[in-house]
Design a protein around this ligand. Structure first.
Ligand code: AMP
Ligand code: MG
Length: 343
């Protein structure tokens, strides 16, 4: 079995993946409530939390499985917060020594892109290679709190970045928008809930870079436009229009993501298209993504809800996807919010 370890931001997580069955267990400790008080993740607090969270998670794992079953370890080496990454890497290195099992470094963003194939593997582990061959080339939209990327996975499983945000990420736009509206942290899910009864056409928020002949995104203008709107109306009016404003704001983010993904789909001979990262929890985005794939006649692959945010299942799975090819055995920390250089 492969042990996956994730600690890049505010989730400490472990997963066990059985090569002939798929993921057999996942153990997660989330810090969301701790950081909510500060309106965002506090790096120093987060790394200390990982330090105290991994031991209980490992005990839970050992209550259900034997450590002796683990013959390989994969740990997130970046991108992420340096102190947080260091905690998971320390756990990986320590277990590697005590279990005499090799430890590999996984790239968190590549793992997100690959995570949409976890179910394909679980459905038929022995037939995975053939099934994957039928789904490549693949277009991947990765939308998380810190990154918005479009990537191309070629027939040989190599991943190439084809577009990214030039300023804020989609999740960041939702979080910052929610903060301006006083909804709290993390903003994405809160905004989605309030948007539900609202009218998505009540306010026309800008969609940037739509006419540009590339696959890049820009979301910072959206947030500024929301600020001007809020400054121009009374608190009572804001309260009254809140569902409509949230709905229109969410619509603008989703619309920009879908339109650029559609453009990229037209530009290649894709057989499948994948959606992953924390923002892919969003119901409207999932629905629009399925519609887009149906229109373009490509297979939609959406990460399961438990694999959309930070999780160790996808980290363990990266070992299956990449085989021995790209995972590094030398563990260097790759911090940084944007990973383009090491993607
Ligand atoms: P990650 O960076 O992958 O851990 O994902 C966190 C990001 O996902 C944050 O920006 C959240 O606001 C966003 N997010 C989580 N759930 C939702 C949702 N239901 N709708 C929109 N954004 C969401
Ligand atoms: Mg997170």
């Amino acid at each position: 079995m492969i042990l996956g370890i994730e600690s890049s931001c505010d989730e400490s997580a472990l997963a066990l993946l059985d090569r002939s069955k798929g993921i057999v267990g996942e153990w997660v400790s989330s810090q969301v409530t701790l950081h909510a008080e500060y309106g965002g993740v506090v790096p120093e607090l987060a790394s200390r939390e990982h330090l105290s969270n991994f031991a209980p998670l490992l005990r839970e794992l050992r209550n259900q499985h034997s450590f002796a079953e683990i013959d390989e370890i994969v740990v997130t080496a970046g991108p992420g917060l340096a102190g947080c990454l260091a905690m998971g890497i320390a756990v990986g290195n320590a277990l590697s020594m005590s279990l005499n099992a090799p430890v590999y470094a996984a790239n968190h963003l590549r793992a997100h892109a690959q995570s949409v194939f976890i179910e394909t593997h679980a459905a038929s582990p022995s037939g995975f290679d053939a099934e994957l061959d039928r789904m490549l080339p693949h277009l991947s939209l990765i939308v998380s709190g810190g990154n918005t990327l479009l990537a191309h996975i070629d027939r040989d499983r190599s991943i190439e970045l084809i577009g990214e945000t030039i300023d804020d990420a989609a999740g960041e736009a939702l979080d910052k928008g929610a903060k301006l509206l006083g909804l709290g942290y993390p903003g994405g899910p809160k905004l989605e809930a309030i948007a539900r009864p609202g009218n998505p056409k009540s306010h026309d928020f800008p969609r940037a870079l739509m006419e540009k002949a590339n696959f890049d995104f820009s979301f910072s203008g959206l947030k500024t436009s929301l600020r001007y709107l809020i400054e121009g109306i009374s608190e009572a009016e804001l309260d009254r229009r809140l569902p409509d404003i949230c709905s229109s704001y969410q619509e603008a983010v989703v619309d920009a993501l879908i339109r650029k993904t559609g453009k990229a789909l037209c530009n290649g001979d894709y057989r499948s298209v994948g959606l992953s990262g924390g923002v892919s929890n969003n119901g409207l985005l999932r629905q629009r993504f399925r519609d887009l794939a149906a229109g373009a006649r490509v297979t939609p692959l959406l990460a399961r809800k438990e694999h959309t945010g930070d999780n160790a299942g996808m980290i363990a799975f990266s070992r299956i996807f990449e085989r021995s090819k790209d995972l590094e055995t030398k563990i260097d920390i790759h911090p940084g919010a944007r990973i383009t250089e090491v993607f």
